[in-house]
Design a binder for this molecule. Structure first.
Ligand code: GAL
Length: 801
């Protein structure tokens, strides 16, 4: 077992001179890390590799970007990386608000030196300066979009030294940070520094495809087409014939192809299009059947294929109208949650598998069909997973409740450009957030960003969430060619405690979407497992009510509630640096509040019975049991509820109050008198058949620890990571929130613990997780053992292969 680096109290591994990062000829061979799967951004060519494991890392000191800097004592870390170890709460921005440096030594094959070469950083917080072999190559301020730098002619045939200076400080002139307040608690999310997304080096020929955008035209008509916009970048003018060939295939079968010839390719960038027609056979992408397509463009010079650029996309028609949202011509109510990208222990620095997992949780556990990437562009792996799973996406520029000065605004426009160019092939994305969350006015700036979006992607509308009475009534932004959506963060409060929260009516004459609701601004300020059962129950009811309202009126395109996952913040209503509005906690474990979402699926996808109470008669729960209006979420037609020793009670869903929810709540009297602590059984019936039976024990004697890994196997590359959940449960597996004591976690075998080895299980409400990362080139069995003073010891095993 090894402790997490860097800054780990355990002795870190350190670097040594001239380790090499080796690119094998014609193939991807990375001696210091596995090949990143993000190689399609942009298209890989001859020699490509990801810089993953084994970066040398430390505080920035004078000379640390020089070639001959003595880096032998620097600890080794792997990317994705956060500059400081973090816990699951109590983050201190002072820990990451410094200057840092990452170094890599690597060898490249001769081919890469003959051709053009590029470095690409997918995400570095908060500002980056790149040095290669002692020369400053590029810099960027802003941590959510890629930095690509050409390094042609700068690679040597000996040891190459890449040094990346990372400024982890508040960037007051860069979105989303605020110019006036150099204060990391001034916005509602922490942004810990580091190279937290992939880094790749790739080579291209002298003339290559630098971008491909597959624009869909009239998808629902017989004249459906894909106009493939191609950018060719040539180091020098090309005399011979240049041809672009585009093909579109689905499930391995080519459906269409077309060519465009370029005569006299000039030096620099040339934009042209290839139009693919005859696409009747293409199956449309949909939320229930996300049929993807492959569009592949090949560049040939003088009859010889020199470069290929594949993009994955899907054909679908998404329309926001004054009468609601339509996907492929059919009305679809958007049913969504907002997502922040932060995790315990590492901030944003989780690799692809873990990013994808969030999408799986949203789709498969919470049954949403839409996610808003609040409030910045998120990981490419998360968006790829949304494409593959059929989740619709709102992506927005970095920003939160503030617009800065001219220089800040120029960067905001840059961000809109870079976001759309990075992500416009994703079929999942249906709307661009081109306006900073909860800002008013700014007609000049948003005129620019909306115009830019219309030019870069005529397919999708623009939006921006506004809030409050002023936002609701402010004049609309002029609608550009690609239309617009009015999005409102609706935090309307209920008239009294326990009354249903209202929603404002849709604004007249515009497509209307609720972009946030509930959160911590309606109802209790925190929704934690350690809060009273009433508070946790209320969270699920508040979410149910706002979705009920949105479902009841066809003019709402839908509602995206606040929010999916708890997140780190030092702002209003945070507690020791964590905000608790998620229906799923920071560790991605569902709370009682998630019960409403979990039940909103067809029973054919699996029956659900989720009480919004704990059957524990414990400290947070009423002594007399869950009471007269005990709430149960289920997708069954009927529940038969039996308290041991009593007559079974049959309960029906509350269609009277929740007439527009697919699966309304069930309310049942579960008052228990006396000292008896009987078992509870809930049986779910669909069309008269019992489809699920769940039992709940009030007797804590048999409580146990459930330890489970999300994945049975991960890749032994020093980057791949999976989660291990640690939950206190009753003898039947139902959650127990009142576990006391400290949980200790140990890892045996070739795995790195990303997490605290000792967790205060009481403060966590008996549910937590750690993540396990593989070690490079070290296959084997990883065993995670969790022990607790009162509960059994639990283990999970993961194969590193
Ligand atoms: C909203 C904001 C969200 C979050 C929320 C607080 O106004 O858009 O980002 O801060 O308040 O729960």
């Amino acid at each position: 077992m090894a402790a997490e680096e860097p800054g780990s109290p355990a002795a870190p591994k350190t670097g040594h001179a001239r380790r090499t990062f080796l690119f094998g000829a014609g193939a991807v061979i990375a001696a210091s890390g596995a090949i990143s799967a993000a190689l399609t951004h942009p298209a890989p060519v001859e020699a490509t590799g990801g810089f993953g494991a084994d970066w040398q890392f430390g505080p920035f000191v004078p000379g640390c970007t020089d070639v001959d800097f003595d880096d032998r004592a620097m600890p080794l870390v792997s990317v994705p990386h956060c500059v400081t170890p973090l816990s699951w709460q109590g983050w201190h921005p002072d820990d990451w608000q410094h200057l840092w440096v990452y170094r890599q030594h690597f060898l490249v094959p001769p081919q890469l030196r003959k051709n053009r070469a590029f470095l690409r950083f997918d995400g570095v917080l908060s500002a980056t300066t790149v040095f290669l072999n002692g020369r400053r190559v590029a810099s960027q301020s802003g941590g959510y979009l890629p930095l690509t730098c050409e390094v042609t002619g700068m690679l040597t045939d000996k040891d190459n030294v890449l040094a990346v200076a990372v400024d982890g400080r508040w960037q007051q002139d860069t979105p989303p940070d605020l110019p006036e307040y150099p204060n990391p608690t001034a916005i509602d999310f922490y942004q810990p520094a580091g190279i937290y997304r992939a880094v790749n080096l790739y080579g291209t020929p002298q003339a290559y495809l630098s971008d491909v955008y597959a624009q869909q035209i009239a998808v629902l008509t017989p004249s459906r087409a894909v106009v493939v916009h191609c950018t060719v970048d040539a180091a020098k003018a090309v005399k011979g014939p240049v041809r672009l060939t585009a093909t579109l295939s689905q499930a391995g079968t080519e459906i269409a192809s077309a060519v465009t010839d370029i005569t006299g390719l000039r030096k620099g960038e040339t934009n042209t299009t290839v139009t693919l027609e005859g696409l009747e056979a293409v199956k449309l992408w949909d939320v229930d059947d996300p049929a993807m397509c492959d569009v592949v463009v090949t560049l040939s010079v003088g009859g010889r294929k020199v470069h290929t650029y594949p993009v994955r996309t899907g054909l679908r028609d998404a329309q926001f109208t004054v009468d609601g949202f339509r996907l492929n011509g059919r009305p679809l109510k958007l049913f969504g949650l907002n997502r922040h990208q932060w995790y315990p222990f590492v901030g944003g620095a989780m690799p692809e598998r873990v990013q994808r997992r969030d999408a799986e949780i949203l789709k498969n556990e919470l049954n949403v069909n839409m996610v808003r990437c609040s409030h910045y562009p998120q990981s490419p792996a998360f968006l790829d997973a949304c494409d593959e799973l059929g989740i619709l996406v709102w992506e927005e520029l970095p920003g939160w409740d503030h617009v800065g000065d001219t220089a800040w605004q120029e960067l905001a426009v840059r961000d809109v450009h870079d976001m759309i160019v990075r992500d416009r092939n994703h079929p999942s994305i249906i709307v661009w957030g081109t306006r900073v969350n909860e800002t008013l006015g700014q007609y000049t700036l948003y005129g620019k960003t909306d115009q830019l979006a219309a030019e870069l992607d005529p397919m999708r509308p623009c939006t921006g969430a506004v809030a409050g009475q002023k936002g609701y009534v402010q004049p609309l932004y002029p609608v550009k060619e690609n239309g617009g959506v009015f999005s409102f963060n609706d935090y309307s409060r209920p008239p009294s405690r326990n009354a249903p929260p209202p929603l404002r009516p849709p604004r007249h004459g515009v497509p209307y979407l609720v972009s946030e609701a509930v959160g911590t601004l309606v109802g209790a300020p925190y929704f934690r497992r350690t809060d009273s059962a009433d508070v946790q129950r209320e969270q699920s009811m508040l979410h149910a009510w706002v979705h009920e309202h949105a479902a009841a009126d066809p003019r709402y395109c839908g509602l995206i509630a606040w929010c999916g996952f708890d997140y780190p913040s030092g702002w209003y209503h945070s507690l020791r640096g964590v905000k608790y509005p998620g229906v799923v906690d920071f560790f991605r474990i569902p709370k009682l509040g998630a019960g409403f979402y979990r039940a909103q699926r067809s029973p054919s996808r699996g029956a659900v019975i989720e009480p919004a109470f704990y059957w524990d008669f414990g400290p947070g729960s009423p002594r007399g049991g869950p009471g007269r209006n005990a709430l149960i979420w289920s997708n069954c037609d009927q529940l038969v509820v039996t308290v041991a020793g009593r007559r079974p009670v049959t309960v029906l869903p509350d269609h009277a109050r929740f007439g527009h929810l697919k699966h309304p709540p069930f309310l049942v009297n579960l008052t228990v008198t006396g000292q008896a602590r009987p078992d509870l059984t809930i049986e779910g019936r669909v069309k008269g058949q019992t489809v699920l039976r769940r039992r709940f024990s009030a007797d804590p004697t048999f409580d146990t620890l459930a330890v489970a890994a999300d994945d049975g196997a991960i890749t032994a590359d020093g980057q791949d990571t999976t989660r291990v959940t640690l939950r206190s449960v009753d003898r039947y597996g139902a959650p127990r929130p009142h576990a006391h004591g400290v949980l200790s976690v140990a890892v045996d075998g070739p795995g790195i613990l990303i997490g605290d080895p000792f967790l205060d299980f009481g403060a966590l409400g008996g549910a937590a997780a750690v993540w396990i990362r593989s070690m490079r080139d070290t296959p084997g069995t990883i065993t995670v053992t969790a022990s607790h003073p009162f509960l059994d010891t639990g283990t999970a095993t993961i194969s590193a292969v």
